[in-house]
Design a protein around this ligand. Structure first.
Ligand code: NAD
Length: 495
């Protein structure tokens, strides 16, 4: 059985709380490991180590910080296959999805390699006679990241590179369900030459999270996870005077207008709804079919679903893997049943799919004639269930999105540039796709939704990440003209 410990001061440290949590391979249903769950005292030790490291790290030159970041980037790139293997083994996603996750994480390290540009302040010379004013951005101190199970490698990389590039030290609390990939990345970070304590990893659950939220030496919290926990993290963290960015859950809509390319829309809907078994915060969970596009679109999605191969993510033939736990699989399946009871049409029923072994598999489901009052619409399902809501008009479609409590992503499929452009104004979400179902921003833009998908006023990574992990200092300096000095320095006087 694989034991997963903490990483403190550059050393692997066995947990001392006496509490652990099981780790499974979701494709077999077998327990493969055990992860330590930190006590409040272990969190305190990690924060204390990061605080000591901060005193020196904040003074390290941009050149040295950049060089360590490049080394980290190269180590992650060289170890992509191994990271992807760990992701598949504990999360269950197929190998290609896992490779994509590492690639998106690498973008964030690459962005942080440009810290010399990102950290530049601004300068006003001679604001008054002999007076210059300049703004620089200073690090905050110890900052913490709390991350979800669904992107165990990428989401920590949304936070860590920018935070440490800005001169902060970082305490990571990964998801306890699939901690091996972030632990391996932390080892690579150490190998890249970052001093001990610049990154500490505490594995754990609510106990560790709550201690981080109240710890006086933690200056900022970056959180990604479900909306109820994001709300708790934001409320508790800010009440302890911390800067908090807390990204929550989602219910992403994809509007398909009658003039859309139906083949493109159906391909996109299938990969955006069922990729990673629907366990993506940017997954499409609602297709909003406008007017007479509904029948051919539902048929085109159904035809494509017949070709989906569901199996162990380490098998190259698989398109979709299992869900994260048995309980989550059963909860997701429950939404297909409740939708049927509430009047939806079950076009494809994933509950009927049969799999060998004890893995946490569920077939992909397609629900038609879903209405906004059904549980399948009101809740975040976070699994391979796609709902189709039929609307009479574009106005009705955007009204539906506006009425939904979440606002992470929204997409439109159309051939009409004017309609697409109008959607940019009406979309009601933080990330908008035009003929792109999953509009995750590249690493040099920033990621975050609106409404219940984001608590706080800063989105994550890219320029907003730099802003979140620094605070401005404005320096006003006066240097009298040397010609007026009482000591003759050899400067000509101005008559
Ligand atoms: P989760 O909220 O259960 O857990 C997230 C983190 O919070 C984990 O580290 C977990 O240990 C911790 N946690 C769990 N319960 C807690 C509690 N009661 N008190 C304090 N901490 C607690 O989320 P998850 O199931 O790991 O991830 C899936 C969710 O994350 C989905 O809702 C998904 O939409 C969301 N998500 C959002 C984004 C985004 O960018 N908006 C990205 C990825 C995932």
């Amino acid at each position: 059985m694989h034991e997963i410990h903490h990483l403190m001061d550059g050393q692997s440290v066995a947990g001392s709380s006496g509490r652990t949590s099981p780790v499974f391979n979701p494709a077999t249903g077998h327990r493969t490991g055990s992860v330590s769950l930190a006590s409040a005292e272990e969190v305190d030790a990690a924060v204390a180590s990061a605080k000591v490291a901060f005193d020196e790290w904040r003074t390290v030159s941009v050149a040295r910080r950049t060089s360590a970041m490049y080394a980290f980037r190269n180590l992650v790139a060289e170890n992509t296959t191994e990271i992807a293997r760990l992701l598949t083994a504990e999360h269950g996603k197929v190998h290609n999805d896992a490779l994509g996750e590492v690639a998106r994480g690498l973008e964030n390290i690459e962005y942080a390699c440009g810290l010399a540009q990102h950290l530049g302040g601004h300068h006003n010379e001679s604001a008054s006679t002999g007076v210059d004013v300049y703004t620089v951005r200073r690090p905050l101190g110890v900052v913490a990241g709390i991350t979800p199970f669904n992107f165990p490698a990428m989401v920590p990389l949304w936070m860590l590179p920018n935070a440490v590039a800005c001169g902060n030290t970082f305490v990571l609390k990964p998801s306890e369900r699939d901690p091996s990939a972030p632990m391996f990345i932390a080892e690579l970070f150490r190998e890249a030459g970052f001093p001990p304590g610049v990154l500490n990893v505490v594995n754990g659950d609510k106990v560790a999270v709550d201690r981080l939220l109240e710890h006086p030496d933690v200056k900022a919290i970056s959180f990604v996870g479900s909306t109820p926990i994001a709300r708790h993290v934001y409320t508790t963290g800010t009440s302890h005077k911390k800067r908090v960015q807390a990204l929550g859950g989602a219910k992403n809509h994809m509007v398909v207008l009658p003039d859309a390319d139906i083949g493109l829309a159906a391909d996109s809907a299938v990969s955006a709804a069922y990729g990673s078994a629907g366990e993506r915060c940017m997954a499409i969970s609602v297709v909003v079919a406008v007017g007479d596009v509904a029948d051919p679109l539902v048929e085109a999605i159904k035809v494509r679903m017949e070709k989906l191969v569901i199996g162990d993510g380490s098998d190259p033939a698989s398109d979709m893997g299992p869900l994260i736990t048995r309980e989550h699989r059963d909860r997701v399946a429950g939404y297909v049943g409740s939708a049927a009871e509430q009047g939806a049409t079950v076009v494809v029923d994933g509950r009927g799919a049969r799999f060998d072994g004890d893995g946490f598999f569920l077939g992909a489901s397609l629900l038609d004639n879903v209405t906004p009052r059904m549980d399948a619409y009101t809740d975040e399902i976070f699994g391979p269930v796609l709902s189709v809501v039929r609307c009479g008009s574009y106005t009705e479609a955007v009204g539906l999105i506006a009425g939904n409590p979440w606002g992470n992503g929204a997409a439109i499929f159309t051939r009409d540039g004017g309609a697409a452009r109008r959607f940019q104004t009406d979309a009601g979400a933080g990330m908008v796709g035009i003929n792109v179902a999953i509009p995750v921003p590249v690493g040099y833009h920033s990621f975050g939704g609106w409404k219940d998908s984001l608590f706080g006023d800063t989105t994550m990574y890219g320029p907003e990440g730099i802003r979140f992990y620094t605070r401005p200092m404005v320096i006003t300096s006066r240097w009298p003209d040397p010609a007026t000095s009482s000591v003759d320095l050899g400067f000509p006087t101005h008559e």
